[in-house]
Design a protein around this ligand. Structure first.
Ligand SMILES: Cc1ncc(COP(=O)(O)O)c(C=O)c1O
Length: 456
């Protein structure tokens, strides 16, 4: 009998692709794959896949064809923009720019900041929101990892108070890709605005799990990725205020961004750029990606975030209750284990190397998690105790022998498509590995920890 509360009060998981995929275990048996790496890329919603398949025969060029299918694709592309605007509860004169993903969105924003802009980011950010600001014409101040939401707000307040007027931007994540903890976005936005600064929300991990209202949070821009929002077709979004976007040079120079291009008498070429989203969408846009994002927004909206959040909370509680019974597991947290989080949790296991542990979860239980530093090296090192380790590649293990002290962590993450069984299997697998050890021998190959089938 299960030790957990029953599921009758929470909604069922949404249908996602790959829910029945079987993967081989190192033993030769097969098992249904437990995808617990949603924070990296979530599986596509079946609904998104079906919508894209239904659209595929009508696929055509956007903004440039006279034919029926081109016009249809252009309409769908623009409708997708409107759907995203609704999903994010944008203000009237905000705009939605389709990009490749969150990293692309934040680099786009970095490129439109007025010269001299001072950027503030906590060192706890994902590299996508930590690094784009390091460029000529901008200065960036990194704020130390806060240990509570109140400390975060106070640190920002102090940092902004110490600056003089001029363009300033605060960049903050909505939910950490390492701890899953939800950041006090509304309070940080109020603080930024009180000092005359603007704020961009990195919603890569928040938007798939929680409603994001730009109006309510009062952020100036928001960025997210389709592939984390159950729409893996290579598109992302930067949405928000138009003024800086319209005043800047286009992100990419080329067709689509240019309104008119004329040859001048002196042989040069004069360009008038579009205003609005097209200005930063040069080249043929990813219409399928945009359409898929819109489909995911509609599907999440129809499922209802109240139900999705309730279900996720149920899974988080189940996971935390299970891990709490395994004393060798240390959950990584900035704000304390009770702080609200999305379905993302990182941990280390005493006397285990994280890469070895994750490899065993995959090879012996068919469970896909991630190990590493999760493209948030300063944060993970702080949470692990500040070891000064040699920098490693994003996500690459730094050591892989069983028993060696871990300089990286294990992350388990899930969302709208996760059945209870995946979380239960995960907890039981952790308990078994900690109690009985791995059944197989492991070795390092190409920087990864793999079962040593030669010795099996
Ligand atoms: C919080 C956060 N921001 C930004 C990114 C970058 O997203 P993408 O790789 O889709 O550009 C990620 C990816 O994991 C993330 O977790």
């Amino acid at each position: 009998m299960s030790a957990y509360p029953n599921t009758s009060t929470v909604c069922q998981p949404l249908a996602v692709l790959g829910r029945d995929v079987e993967v081989p275990l190192v033993s030769g048996a097969k098992v249904t794959y437990a995808a617990l790496d949603y924070a990296a890329s979530a599986p596509a919603l079946q609904r998104v896949w079906d919508d894209v398949a239904a659209y595929a025969p009508y696929y055509g060029s956007v903004h440039r064809g006279a034919g029926y299918l081109s016009q249809l694709s252009t309409d769908l592309f623009e409708q997708s923009r409107a759907t995203v605007a609704e999903f994010l509860d944008l203000r009237e004169d905000d705009q939605v720019v389709f990009t490749r993903a969150t990293t692309d969105s934040l680099n786009l924003l970095a490129g439109v900041l007025p010269t001299g802009t001072e950027v503030f980011a906590f060192e706890t950010e994902h590299h996508a929101s930590l690094l784009p600001w390091r460029r000529d014409g901008l200065t960036v101040s990194y704020l130390r990892a806060p240990r509570s939401p109140e400390e975060a707000v106070a640190a920002l307040d102090e940092a902004l108070a110490a600056t003089t007027a001029g363009p300033r931007l605060v960049c903050v994540t909505g939910a950490s890709n390492v701890t899953g903890e939800i950041w006090p976005v509304r309070e940080l936005a109020a603080t930024a605005h009180r000092h005359g600064a603007r704020i961009v929300l990195d919603a890569a991990q928040l938007a798939p799990h929680h409603p994001v209202s730009v109006r309510e949070l009062d952020v100036d821009w928001v960025a997210f990725s389709g592939h984390k929002l159950y729409a893996p077709f290579g598109a992302g979004v930067l949405a928000g205020r138009s003024d800086w976007l319209d005043a800047a040079e286009p992100y990419l120079a080329g067709g689509g961004a240019s309104r008119t291009v004329a040859r001048e008498a002196d042989g040069s070429v004069a360009v008038e750029w579009h205003r609005g989203p097209q200005r930063h969408e040069a080249g043929s846009p990813n219409v399928v990606g945009a359409y898929a994002i819109a489909s995911a927004c509609r599907a999440l909206g129809e499922a209802g975030f109240d139900a999705l959040v309730a279900r996720e909370r149920f899974l988080i509680d189940r996971l935390r209750a299970g891990l709490a019974g395994i004393p060798q597991v240390r959950v990584l947290t900035l704000f304390g284990e009770e702080h609200p989080r999305v379905g993302v949790l990182s941990f280390v296991v005493q006397d285990w190397n994280s890469s070895h542990f994750s490899a065993a979860l995959s090879a012996e239980y068919g469970i896909g998690v991630r190990d590493g530093l999760f493209c948030a090296h300063p944060l993970v090192r702080t949470l692990l105790g500040g070891e000064e380790a040699a920098p490693s590649e994003c996500g690459a293990p730094e050591a892989s022998l069983p028993g060696e002290r871990s300089l990286n962590a294990i992350r388990v993450s899930f969302g709208a498509g996760t059945p209870d069984e995946h979380v239960d299997r995960f907890v039981e697998a952790v308990r078994e590995l900690v109690t009985d050890g791995a059944k197989w021998a492991y070795r390092t190959e190409g920087g990864r920890c793999v079962p040593d089938t030669r010795r099996g």
